[in-house]
Design a protein around this ligand. Sequence first.
Ligand code: ADP
Ligand code: MG
Length: 331
Amino acid sequence: DTLINQIAAGEVVERPASVVKELVENALDAGARRVDIDLEEGGIRLIRIRDDGDGIAPDELPLAVSRHATSKIASLDDLEAVSTLGFRGEALPSIASVSRFVLSSRREVDAHGASLQVDGGNVGAVAPKSHPRGTTVEVRDLFYNVPARRKFLRAERTELGHVEEWLRSLALARPDVELRVSHNGRPSRRYKGDRQLEFSDTSAGERLGETLGEEFAKHALRIDHTGAGLRLHGWIAQPVYSRASADQQYLYVNGRSIRDRSVAHAVKQAYADVLFHGRQPAYVLFLEVDPTRVDVNVHPAKHEVRFRDARLVHDFVYRTLQGALAQTRAG
Ligand code: ADP
Ligand code: MG
């Protein structure tokens, strides 16, 4: 089983940033309002993620680290309309098979917390441990038992950069959550998070400045359009924003950060058609699609989705942005 988990880890766990992604997504699925991310040596030596979410019952800790055990979907019908970030039940066992791993947790209803250690896939026994409400996952010495994978890890700064880049894309989508990052014992980043609000224009607007800078926020054109059973909202930078670049292109489908060539093309086309030919657009765009019209189970790392009707999505995005951008030129 360890071997199978290590093979799966090859698809899910590429580097510290992918571990952080899976663990923070679990925290969000558990309803966390605040997530602390502590890293050492770019996450290679240590990744510790602590959340204030629902927690896990002591006797369910072994289940959480066993393969294809997910508490998030119960049937194929659920998979059709998955609303959580996770659903494959393979992140924890994969990560635990290639690191020294400790899962600690306590639910509100339990008097005592518990923890479970896994070393390179060898699962220990559940032990009592005091823990505030929520969950902490510690991942030490990533790939210590898989030298071939460890070789591909880059310098501390590079790995940290990948973690921070992913956190920025998450922060944009979840302005309601507070994210605090420390590196080698020093606070390195903090996204304040508006705990009172669910996702709202105000909190999202502030996040835009926090993550991509005030320049972007100042020159961002607000988009919000519904039609054809789809909704596109977010921001696209106006041409006066001169620092637009390909690394300021954020696309989300139903809250999930993804890459999609067809949608990216639609945005670029709309931008080029209206007036900004040859320039890269900068944008943060959220596309909301009926979950039954999009398949999120395309790739283990969930970087991509498949639309039932890709053409319709492409044209909707193109027309929405084309219209909004044309109006700014007219006005
Ligand atoms: P998935 O997210 O696809 O269900 P994972 O391997 O990432 O699979 O997690 C396995 C299970 O462990 C989850 O379904 C959930 O029940 C539990 N779990 C993991 N992380 C947390 C967390 N931070 N808080 C509460 N439960 C968690
Ligand atoms: Mg998960």
